[in-house]
Write a protein that binds this ligand. Structure first.
Ligand code: ATP
Ligand code: MG
Length: 447
């Protein structure tokens, strides 16, 4: 049974018992927009205790806030009692909730397009907040007074930018002013929640606009102020006719959607999007102007950028694997300039790294957004084809135990020897085990 039908059954069970039950929030919005809802939330007049009676196996962990979780076939469905949120003291959570009517429940929601209900049995839309009109206008508008709503819960600031980005909606002017005026309240929000919203923005194909909204509203200052230093960081015009580092980064974020790499709406990874965003983050700190050459330089911006990326992503509490990958990609992005003069062994090792495919895309958009060079990219595509018939790093021809059999003593030298054998193999100078053993003997034992 598909998710919608399961959700309908759940609602039916509630209405059969004499309660009101509607689909609410995101699933109503997404269906009206013609998108597949991610998950179904049910809003009901039944109290948590009454819901639990009907669904005895449900998870009642959120019952205090009026939310019961029902699990069917591994999918979670939230059943929430119509409620009014009590006062907000901490800028994030209501002190208490009061169970109430559908109308009041719509009022407590964040944006008009998120405040719609749907009768699951008939498909009828129940609209207390003019949400349908805003859906048609593709407008994101806060429900009620913008200043109050953003002060109550500052996460809504990030949610506003996220929905505007993902849905490709305009933010209504009063709502926008509210975001700009209350941006500083983001300091009250945990970094984990900011990170979740930020990643959703970066994963949207509309991510360039998302970043611009974060910058223009002032929100970015409270979790990623380093980006502001990219604005006005001039670059040598012969390499970067597009303008400053911020402009360059914005164009790259927009270009980051190679249909060959990401077919059918598949999005780049969050690591790749973060790498694009941060690849030149070290430029402002390394900017120098050479009077003699009349040239701007950013020596070492890759190394500095990798360090900064690590610091930033740790602060934003990204997982270690994500941080490691982004750091590597930022550190390596300038090495793509040298691929055509690398020794074969070095090139093969470079191309065999786990992040290489994503780095190819980073490199592609780096060039496409600035000088338009494609020679290194095409060179690597050719090499990929050339190396495709065999594993790029083949199984070793010689092992530690072979060296012991030759009478050598295990030690740090072993690693050096085995790496040297691998290099000869990657260069094509050694083809098989016999040749490898002979080469080791000749190089390390004879004479
Ligand atoms: P999606 O799940 O696609 O991200 P959604 O609209 O379903 O979007 P959720 O975070 O799942 O968003 O929340 C479900 C509904 O709860 C929202 O549509 C909105 O009506 C309400 N809601 C969620 N968070 C808030 C909030 N911080 N303030 C007010 N209402 C909220
Ligand atoms: Mg949802």
């Amino acid at each position: 049974m598909n998710e919608r039908n399961v959700a309908k059954k759940i609602a039916q069970k509630l209405t059969d018992a004499g309660h009101v039950a509607y689909f609410a929030g995101g699933c109503v919005r997404d269906r009206l927009l013609g998108n597949e809802p991610k998950d179904y939330d049910v809003a009901t007049s039944a109290t948590p205790a009454q819901v639990q009676e009907l669904f005895p196996n449900a998870d009642a962990i959120g019952a205090h806030f009026g939310v019961i979780l029902v699990k069917v076939d591994g999918e979670h469905f939230e059943i929430a009692t119509f409620r009014t949120d009590g006062s907000y003291k901490d800028g994030r959570r209501p002190e208490n909730v009061v169970f109430s009517s559908p109308e009041e429940d719509a009022q407590r929601r964040d944006f008009t397009v998120n405040g719609l209900f749907e009768n699951p049995a008939t498909g009828e839309i129940i609209d207390f907040i003019d949400g349908q009109a805003d859906l048609k206008l593709k407008t994101l508008r806060v429900i009620g007074n913008a200043a109050d709503r953003f002060s109550e819960d500052a996460l809504r600031l990030m949610r506003a930018v996220r929905f505007a980005t993902v849905l490709e909606f305009e933010i209504e002017p009063v709502t926008w002013q509210g975001i700009c005026d209350h941006a500083h309240l983001l300091e009250k929000i945990s970094v984990e929640r900011i990170q979740t919203e930020f990643s959703k923005i970066l994963l949207s194909s509309n991510r360039r606009r998302g970043l611009e909204l974060l910058v223009n509203s002032g929100l970015v200052k409270y979790f990623l102020p380093e980006v502001l230093d990219l604005i006005g960081c001039e670059q040598p015009p012969q390499w970067h006719p597009e303008g400053d580092v911020y402009k360059h980064t914005c164009i790259m974020l927009e270009m980051l959607q190679n249909p060959e790499l990401h077919p059918e709406g598949e999005q780049p990874s969050v690591e790749l999007a973060l790498s694009v965003l941060l690849h030149d983050i070290g430029k402002p700190a390394t900017y120098t102007y050479d009077e003699e050459d009349e040239r701007i330089r950013f020596n070492g911006h890759d190394v500095v950028g990798a360090e900064m990326s690590e610091m930033i992503l740790r602060r934003l509490k990204y997982p270690n694997d994500t941080i490691d990958d982004v750091k590597l990609m930022v550190a390596n992005h300038m090495n793509f300039m040298h691929v055509q003069v690398m020794k074969v062994s070095k090139l093969k090792r470079f191309m065999s790294r786990e992040t290489f495919e994503q780095e190819m895309e980073l490199h592609r958009v780096d060039c496409a957004s600035s000088n338009g060079f494609t020679d290194n990219y095409n060179f690597l595509l050719d090499k990929k084809e050339e190396f495709a018939n065999e594993p790029i790093i083949p199984p070793p021809l010689v092992m530690g135990r072979d060296l012991i059999e030759m009478g050598m003593k295990p030690g740090p030298k072993f690693k050096e020897i085995l790496t040297a054998v691998e290099t000869e193999q990657l260069e094509g100078n050694i083809k098989n085990r016999e040749e490898a053993l002979a080469w080791v003997k000749q190089t390390y034992l004879d004479g």
